[in-house]
Design a protein around this ligand. Structure first.
Ligand SMILES: *Cc1c(COP(=O)(O)O)cnc(C)c1O
Length: 361
């Protein structure tokens, strides 16, 4: 098979060494005679693995002891609803910063459980820029402040963690977690669907300050209560064992590569190169996002003549550059440059884009 590079927005590329190791271990995991998917999560082997995975994540992110790490299910979307159930009391309110598609969805899914105060929105700017922290109108009674550090569809990213005072800051990091160093202590709760930067879909990683686990006061089933998941070491019911295992392989891969500082530097270079190629294309390609708000992970771009889109997609796929079609809300193209996408892939994409522009310019 010739070399292909996968720029999918999600489920996204996994690191090649992770997939190769999973393949080697598939039929006989840790000399147990069976795959990791076919064993009890209550068994010694799985529990030891789960402890290792958490320890590796804790060391990667330097997670303080007063934070619990949970391995959950339901996708990020389920937690749009579950977070207000757990962090706000009945009749409470919460601040939402709406800086793209996912932030808007988080706010609307929260609405049945909490009074949503839209503290800032860039919808009228078509989400092409970010509402600066100085413009957020926070409610002093808010149970928490929710925002989306990286908006996967619109390709906008906050490069600094906003200061929101005493309210716990809640971040949907589905498309940016582990993409660089992070000061966990600035957050009350971080959550991420795994399928962008961690592993397969069906797993949700959550890092939650332990005092917030006690907040869930409304009646709800145990399965919705984060405190119950924490008390049961994320094994309240059968977890996504395969996703947990693959996440562990990804964490080890990140550690082997030098951790999040090294990964952050790699991601910075990848994004810089692609934006430079777009900006330097003499208008053939265009990224409409405010330069200061550009995402390192998701790079949407358009061709100067959209009738060339079909040719671009067909030819790029034939050249081994997969999944460049933009989200239907925006059209055009999108290249997602998650951790598992190496610099070589970005260089191959840039080479193709130059060649395509030369032939069609
Ligand atoms: C992909 C994505 C989601 C949706 O995740 P699901 O796991 O499909 O629910 C939510 N938020 C962001 C920022 C995303 O990138």
């Amino acid at each position: 098979m010739s070399q292909v590079w996968n720029f999918s927005a999600g489920p996204a590329a996994l690191p090649r060494p992770v997939l190769e190791r999973a393949q080697r271990e598939l039929l006989d995991w840790e000399s147990s005679g069976a795959s990791v998917m076919e064993q009890s999560h209550r068994g010694k082997r799985f529990i030891a693995m789960a402890e290792r995975v958490e320890a590796d994540l804790r060391s990667l992110l330097a997670i303080p002891d007063d934070y619990a790490v949970l391995f959950l299910q339901g996708g990020a979307t389920q937690h749009f609803a579950q977070i207000p159930m757990n962090l706000a009391g009945e009749g409470g309110c919460a601040d939402y910063v709406v800086n793209g598609h996912w932030g808007a969805k988080a706010a609307s899914e929260a609405a049945p459980y909490v009074r949503v105060n839209v503290a800032a929105s860039s919808q009228s700017d078509h989400y092409l820029r970010l509402p600066p922290r100085s413009t957020w109108t926070l409610d002093p009674n808010a149970a928490y402040v929710h925002y989306t550090p990286n908006e996967t569809i619109h390709g906008v990213e906050y490069h600094d963690v906003p200061d929101v005072g005493n309210a716990p800051l809640v971040a949907d990091m589905s498309s940016s977690i582990l993409s660089g160093p992070l000061d966990v202590s600035r957050f009350g709760l971080i959550y991420a669907g795994a399928q962008k930067n961690i592993g397969p879909s069906g797993l949700v990683l959550m890092i939650i300050r332990r005092d917030l686990l006690q907040r869930a006061s409304r009646p709800m089933a145990k399965i919705f209560r984060y405190a119950e998941h924490a008390a049961a070491d994320s094994m309240l019911n059968t977890p996504n064992t395969w996703g947990w295992y693959l996440a562990g392989l990804t964490f080890q891969w990140l550690k082997d590569l030098g951790g999040l500082a090294a990964m952050g530097e790699r991601n910075r270079i990848k994004a810089e190169r692609l934006y430079a190629a777009i900006d330097g294309s003499g208008g053939f390609y265009r990224n409409p996002v405010d330069v200061a708000a550009r995402s390192r992970m998701n790079v949407p771009f358009t061709l100067h003549d959209s009738t060339l889109d079909t040719d671009f997609l067909r030819e790029s796929e034939a050249a081994g550059l997969l999944a460049l079609k933009g989200h239907k809300a925006l059209g055009g193209m999108r290249a997602s440059l998650y951790n598992a996408v190496p610099l070589e892939a970005v260089d191959a994409l840039i080479g193709f884009m130059r060649d395509f522009a030369a032939r069609h310019g």
